[in-house]
Design a protein. Structure first.
Length: 593
């Protein structure tokens, strides 16, 4: 690489790959810092965070191993806003940003922005370390307040690129304000230090890389890598069939929304000749008096998630590839560009999932060779924010648990990724360790697992339901959750069947099950349990076209009953559990007729 660095020549393929991997390595080191040093379980167990590098002119360069809903759009807008309100950037600056009106995904995603400066004081890149918080000072103990009528009822502290470090030193006024407002100040402080540490690790590593190859060569690499990524994206789109399709996906009703729910419409056009895909989100309801509204970042990202889920997975996810995607939004729309003080508290999950699902289902309608069915909806009580005071220690606690949800949808070519969590995080969030949750919190996990006969049946199958049953071991525990999919579950495509809907009940100390709200806050006392069932995921293609051997395996493993194998898939098993070929062929012939 030395000759090219000296002469300013274009990078060859090997040099391009080497620098791409070195920049990915910078982001991976940032992410590892957050994972290893984060104080809350949201970070150090569930891995609900993302890191990325943005160019000085505000284009996403790399966000390897990040949650898509955090980074495809948003870091570019946040970095631009940082430069707009702080034109005097200096080395050693750091900014806290979580404003959904200025590029952040939602207020719970505290983001540290660090401008990377060269020795001459020129701004070269921006680093972002984004970490979902267990508490941000909301009016109720959660960072997902779906029923909040506006930002004021939500109660979140909003930081629109507020400087929190100068000359590498904290600005204590901001720190004191956060510690006074947030319910678990020491936990937040630990997470803040983890974010700062991640961003400073990135700054150090990126500066070392620049010392090796030169800042100007890094800028030249970014330009060429964007062109390469655009070419890869164009090639992937040129292989798709031309067409236009629409799809509706309906979020369950909650207070502040219509009685029939929130119907999200997406129109997708694929133009392989122009190597473009166009997603129109404008024909949707205005922003609503609730916390389901999307930020601009989540509106754009949710659309792009559905596109990237439907094409060659090896296409780089950066600003170069984004040049081939057009997303139409309008202001003051529930899936558009919100106006202050519209609440975007749950912007990363519920309605965003409906957008991504509608895009990938529309792609499947264009061709049976692309796209996916609908992934299951977010966010059941198994992903609740739990809080209270531990009577054994006298100390307050608050954290989001990730105990059991599946939601994965079938694609044109494969069965579902069962534990994707939800379509927007692409499986990057981990499920909690039961043992560690029980050590850290006064919580008892009674059971978790999968529900039989709940998958979205198809030629390729969606995930079955995941379930979790848990409650406080001692004392009382508040749970706040926003369960969608209880009424409008995930739909299959191309003849694939719908998956099981979500559900939740409270189990009293004497074993009686009681109805609980789909969305809101409940309290459990010691001995009581919440029973949480996530959605499954939709199927792709006719179930009677599924490989009978795959159905046999599902039955043998206990995920599909013999009766369902026969009635839904048309597969007959003999007394030994093997496929009866003759009877299966005859039954499937009848089903097709």
């Amino acid at each position: 690489m030395g000759d090219a660095a000296a002469t300013g020549e274009a990078f060859d393929g090997v040099q391009l790959a080497l620098l791409s991997n070195r920049l990915d390595g910078v982001v991976k080191k940032m992410a590892n810092t957050l994972l290893r040093t984060g104080r809350s379980g949201v970070l150090n167990m569930a891995r609900d965070f993302s890191c990325c590098i943005v160019t000085a002119d505000h284009h996403l360069l790399t966000a390897t191993e990040s949650l898509p809903i955090h980074v495809l759009s948003g870091p570019d807008i946040m970095a631009r806003w940082m430069c707009e309100v702080h034109p005097d950037l200096k080395r050693g600056d750091a900014f806290l940003h979580n404003s959904p009106y200025h590029g952040c995904s939602h207020p719970a995603d505290h983001t540290i922005l660090v401008p990377v400066m060269d020795d001459a004081g020129v701004h070269r890149f921006t680093l972002a370390a984004k970490a979902h918080q267990a508490d941000i000072g909301n009016s109720i103990p959660t960072t997902y307040h779906a029923r909040a009528r506006d930002l004021y009822e939500e109660g979140a502290l909003i930081f629109p690129a507020v400087r929190v470090q100068r000359d590498y030193e904290n600005i204590d006024d901001i720190i004191r304000m956060c510690r006074m407002r947030i319910r678990v100040p020491d936990q937040w402080w630990g997470d803040y230090l983890a974010m700062i540490g991640a961003a400073r690790i990135g700054e150090r590593e990126l500066s070392a890389l620049a010392e090796d190859v030169g800042w100007d060569r890094l800028d030249a690499f970014a330009k060429q890598y964007f062109d390469y990524s655009e070419a890869r994206m164009a090639a992937a789109l040129s292989e798709l069939p031309a067409g236009t399709a629409s799809h509706f996906s309906t979020h369950d009703p909650i207070p502040g929304t219509p009685e029939e729910g929130v119907k999200i419409k997406v129109c997708v056009t694929v133009d392989p000749d122009a190597a473009r895909v166009h997603v129109d989100l404008r024909d949707n309801p205005d922003a609503m008096p609730c916390g389901l509204n999307l930020s601009e970042a989540c509106s754009r990202t949710a659309a792009m998630v559905g596109v990237f889920n439907s094409i060659d997975h090896s296409v780089p996810k950066n600003a170069g590839a984004f040049r081939c995607i057009d997303v139409d939004l309008r202001e003051d729309c529930i899936v558009g560009i919100p106006r202050h003080p519209t609440s975007c508290s749950a912007a990363t999950t519920n309605v965003a999932d409906r957008v991504s699902n509608s895009v990938q289902a529309s792609m499947a309608k264009i061709s049976e060779e692309i796209g996916l069915a609908e992934c299951g909806a977010s966010s059941p009580p198994a992903a609740a924010v739990v809080s209270g005071v531990n009577p054994e220690t006298g100390k307050p606690y608050i954290n989001q648990v990730f105990l059991g949800r599946t939601n994965g949808a079938a694609s044109a070519h494969t069965d579902a990724w069962w534990t994707i969590g939800h379509v927007g995080n692409a499986g990057m969030c981990f499920l909690d360790s039961v043992e560690l949750d029980e050590l850290r919190l006064p919580i008892y996990v009674h059971a978790r697992g999968f529900m039989a006969d709940s998958e979205g049946a198809g030629r390729n199958c969606g995930a079955p339901q995941g379930f979790a049953i848990y409650g406080p071991r001692v004392g009382s525990m508040s749970l706040v959750y926003n369960s969608d999919g209880t009424i409008n579950g995930p739909k299959g495509v191309r003849g694939g069947l719908n998956a099981a809907n979500a559900g939740q009940e409270k189990r009293t100390a004497n074993g009686r099950e009681e109805e609980v709200p789909r969305v809101g806050q409940i309290t459990l006392d010691a001995g009581e349990l919440i029973v949480s069932r996530s959605c499954g995921g939709g199927g792709f293609g006719l179930p009677c076209e599924r490989d009978p051997e795959q159905v046999r395996i599902q039955v043998a493993e206990g995920f599909v009953s013999r009766a369902r194998a026969r009635e839904v898939y048309g597969v007959v098993l003999d007394d030994s559990g093997e496929v009866s070929v003759t009877e299966t062929e005859a039954l499937r012939a009848e089903m097709i007729e």
